[in-house]
Design a binder for this molecule. Structure first.
Ligand SMILES: NC(=O)c1ccc[n+]([C@@H]2O[C@H](COP(=O)([O-])OP(=O)(O)OC[C@H]3O[C@@H](n4cnc5c(N)ncnc54)[C@H](OP(=O)(O)O)[C@@H]3O)[C@@H](O)[C@H]2O)c1
Length: 397
């Protein structure tokens, strides 16, 4: 039976069997209980949560026999606790980010609520934060929220949603807003914000797939890479660059040559490409491995552009993922993302080995530090944020 604002927490339901699940009660939606709850000194501010220790009176929630076990139990199950979001009120550097307690989202029609278990950090986050891309990624300020990818579990399903059920592991991608523990996400295929997570991917791996692997997939399709061809990848040691190398090999590339700093040549080699150091004389060094059939530039700048133009014939076989008018003027086309990019990427990967190195993990509350890390560069893989509830759940024996 479904009562507005009340849902069974899947983790506990799974563990205890039908009829014994802990019920999460969204206090603001349960008439008659809200006021009483607010009078309790220990009540958590604002957020819907668990009804503490004690029992729920049937007359207040008619038809439901509830067994409520207390807040701590639910937190152990990875459920409600404090819904943390990392927000910003003005454009600036990572120091302007601050953690805040925000109300739990409610799944509206066509939406699901996702509890994030891992959230990916990307250069686009600090680009949005600085305001440099505000023309095409405008943010509602104050209270802006970054984060364009994450993985999690569906904890509530809104009216009309058929694609997802409570308990599904999902990958969230697209518009900014993932730097929060619980989020309402559009569930339709057309919205293209949510994809079922294949079992084989860990939460962290799933969280970092959309930007790195999705972008890599679109880039490789755009240059039309064919089996046996030689590919040049600039910035091959970055999140997207490593994914380009891995997917190119899955597409049957004959050889992949990737530019990176010497400290990260091992990473590039482990992904399956031949590393070449970037910097002065790049085109000459690359010429020893070329010419190439196609190139993907994940670094940007005059030298990578010059090398691509010199060593790859035809503008339709060169792409850059870094917006750069000069590169486009010289015949390196800018990336166009394909529709349903992530599902196509997952189809291509199938059951093949595919893992991106996780270079660093930060608690969600430390998103500012994580962004500063990405901004400094030299990451050598992906950075992930771990929400507090998830960290607590993982710490539970
Ligand atoms: N258009 C899109 O939709 C789209 C999507 C995703 C990303 N991007 C953009 O693409 C860029 C890369 O993203 P990412 O997530 O891969 O970032 P990342 O993980 O921070 O990687 C950046 C990479 O660039 C390399 N690099 C820096 N200077 C270089 C140079 N002169 N020559 C060759 N490589 C150089 C770094 O190599 P070392 O660490 O070895 O120094 C590093 O591997 C960012 O600007 C991002 O905003 C665009």
């Amino acid at each position: 039976m479904r009562v507005p604002g009340v849902h069974e927490h899947p983790a506990v339901a799974d563990r205890d069997g039908p009829g014994h699940g802990l019920l999460v009660v969204q206090l603001r939606d349960v008439r008659g209980y809200h006021g009483r709850r607010r009078r309790r000194r220990s009540a958590p501010r604002q957020r819907p949560g668990v009804l503490g220790r004690g029992r729920v009176h049937r007359r207040r929630l008619p038809g439901l026999a509830l067994r409520v076990r207390g807040r701590r139990r639910l937190q152990e199950a990875g459920g409600a606790g404090v819904n943390t979001a990392v927000l910003f009120d003005r454009y600036g550097d990572p120091g302007v980010l601050y953690p805040a307690e925000v109300p739990d989202p409610v799944a509206g029609p066509g939406q699901v609520v996702v509890r994030h278990t891992a959230i990916g950090v990307n250069p686009i986050d600090w680009k949005i934060l600085s305001g440099e891309v505000r023309a095409y990624v405008p943010m509602d300020l104050p209270g802006g929220c970054l984060g364009v990818e994450g993985a999690g579990v569906v904890v509530e399903v809104g009216a009309g949603v058929r694609r997802f059920r409570v308990g599904d592991r999902v990958i969230r991608h697209g518009r900014p807003g993932a730097f929060r523990e619980y989020e309402a996400v559009a569930a339709s295929q057309e919205a293209d914000e949510l994809t079922l997570c294949p079992d084989r991917f860990s939460d962290e791996q799933a969280a970092v797939l959309p930007v790195a692997a999705g972008t890599a997939y679109s880039a490789l399709r755009q240059v039309g890479l064919r089996p046996g061809e030689r590919l040049l990848v600039h910035g091959a040691s970055g999140g997207v660059g490593l994914a380009v190398v891995r997917l190119a090999l899955l597409l049957g590339a004959g050889e992949v040559v990737g530019t990176a700093s010497p400290a990260r040549h091992g990473l590039v080699r482990a992904a399956g490409a031949t590393p070449v150091g970037y910097g002065e004389g790049l085109a000459q060094r690359l010429a020893e491995h070329g010419p190439f059939h196609a190139s993907v530039d994940c670094a940007g700048g005059a030298e990578p552009t010059g090398a691509a133009v010199r060593l790859v014939a035809g503008a339709d076989r060169r792409v850059t993922i870094v917006p750069d008018a000069a590169a486009q003027a010289r015949g390196v086309r800018f990336l166009e993302h394909l529709p349903l990019e992530l599902s196509s990427t997952l189809d291509l990967i199938g059951t093949a080995p595919f893992e991106l190195p996780i270079a660093a993990r930060y608690p969600l509350e430390q998103a500012g530090e994580a962004l500063a890390h990405s901004l400094r560069g030299g990451v050598g893989g992906k950075i992930v944020l771990v929400p507090g509830g998830e960290a607590r759940r993982r710490a539970t024996p």
